[in-house]
Design a protein around this ligand. Structure first.
Ligand SMILES: NC(=O)C1=CN([C@@H]2O[C@H](COP(=O)(O)OP(=O)(O)OC[C@H]3O[C@@H](n4cnc5c(N)ncnc54)[C@H](OP(=O)(O)O)[C@@H]3O)[C@@H](O)[C@H]2O)C=CC1
Ligand SMILES: CC(=O)N[C@@H](CCC(=O)OP(=O)(O)O)C(=O)O
Length: 351
């Protein structure tokens, strides 16, 4: 059995890790941390987990947690992961960080977008960006997995097959993405109260969202471009729903290149052949967030708009599963040599 601990177990991604790991046949949960709920049985915090988990929350004792666990999931707000990651590396434990502290390879870029100093830039070089469909071989050998952000997961799955193919202007993508409110976590925030979110749609952090450099970094790498020369526009929107992300990407075709929609679809089907969580839709079928609700599955629809010379791709995922905790477990499965779908294979809930 793999002994797993979750740091920040009472947030939304932590709770989703608990839900998914309690039915993972190869995992034993050995530690759940929370400052607010220390010493309280986990089902007191989340009654829907009654009878499923018999651990109490514990304080964030780095020594104790990293001694007891084989793998540590960090589900903390950004800026808090470094001491945990450093201790896991020191003790030879695997660590999957759901936050953003190890996603950007350059400390200066992290500091520019997150407005905090990176306390362990020397560890950035060995962290692997944990998008399994794109980096499986590197993840297998990693000690530190930087689990991608939810918007970048949907955005990168949307464009990865096109990158470096000589088809599109990778540096000038436009991404319009929508998220459910759970993307912002379980914390008191005026912008997230019912009266603000219900029956309302709005863009936020326009032209300054911190997922922008993350998307640019990974697209640049795949396309063989300079990350500093990228000009990707990313606009997130908050939707009146609990879960789900729908990312729509507009990719300009290069001068003189006009593939048919079927040629592009074939490219996607080849690229994602054998991928258990990726589903490419037929022409005219457009993904909906409800298809991925509660599951690790991603649904990708696409077409070529010949009139404008653009490829349009739309991807639906659950922000808390493929966008966070499900993907973190997919990464753990890879780290420990298990079948990648173990514990996360199920379809979502519909409607
Ligand atoms: N929500 C989503 O869809 C996604 C989230 N992420 C990332 O995953 C991480 C967790 O997100 P999410 O679960 O939504 O966040 P939440 O705000 O819901 O939960 C945060 C958790 O961390 C603990 N925590 C909060 N503040 C501190 C602190 N100062 N020191 C130590 N512990 C703290 C909280 O428990 P307590 O206060 O009791 O200690 C809680 O368990 C974040 O980095 C987020 O950006 C990534 C992808 C998707
Ligand atoms: C709706 C909503 O607020 N979503 C969050 C998504 C953040 C997230 O999950 O990503 P990180 O792990 O990179 O913080 C946001 O836009 O900040």
């Amino acid at each position: 059995m793999i002994r797993a601990a979750i740091v920040g177990a009472t947030g939304y991604t932590g709770a989703e890790l608990v839900r998914l790991l309690t039915r993972h046949r190869e995992v034993e949960l050995v530690g759940l941390t929370s400052r607010q709920y220390a010493d309280q049985p986990y089902p007191n915090v989340y009654p829907h987990m009654s009878g499923q988990v018999d651990l109490a929350c514990q304080t964030q004792d780095i020594d104790n947690i990293t001694d007891t666990a084989d793998v540590v999931f960090l589900a903390l707000p950004h800026g808090l992961s470094v001491p945990w990651v450093a201790e896991c590396v020191r003790k030879g434990k695997k660590v999957v960080d759901l936050g953003a502290d190890f996603r950007l390879r350059r400390a200066a870029v992290y500091e520019q977008w997150y407005h905090v100093t990176h306390e362990a830039p020397e560890l950035l070089a060995e962290a692997v960006y944990g998008l399994p469909e794109l980096k499986r071989e590197q993840i297998q050998k990693a000690r530190i997995v930087a689990n991608p952000g939810c918007y970048p997961t949907a955005s990168l799955l949307s464009v990865a097959p096109l990158c470096g193919q000589g088809l599109i202007r990778e540096d000038r993508l436009i991404i319009d993405a929508k998220s459910g409110a759970s993307g912002a976590g379980r914390n008191a925030n005026l912008a997230l109260i019912y009266g603000e979110v219900n029956e309302n749609v709005k863009a936020y952090n326009v032209a300054k969202h911190r997922h922008n450099p993350e998307i640019e970094q990974e697209v640049a790498e795949r396309a063989g471009l300079d990350p500093d020369a990228m000009a990707i526009t990313f606009t997130p929107h908050l939707m009146p729903m609990t879960r789900g992300i729908l990312a729509t990407v507009y990719a300009d075709l290069k001068e003189g290149v006009r593939p048919s929609a079927e040629e592009v679809r074939d490219l996607y089907r080849q690229f994602y052949a054998g991928e258990p969580f990726i589903h490419i839709m037929d022409e005219g079928v457009w993904p909906q967030t409800k298809w991925s609700y509660g599951s690790n599955h991603a649904f990708i629809g696409l077409t070529v708009e010949a009139r404008t010379g653009r490829i349009i791709i739309t991807t639906a995922i659950d922000n808390l599963v493929k966008g966070a905790s499900g993907q973190a477990i997919q990464n753990m499965n890879i780290l420990f040599g298990l079948p990648e779908t173990t514990g996360i294979e199920a379809a979502g809930i519909y409607p």
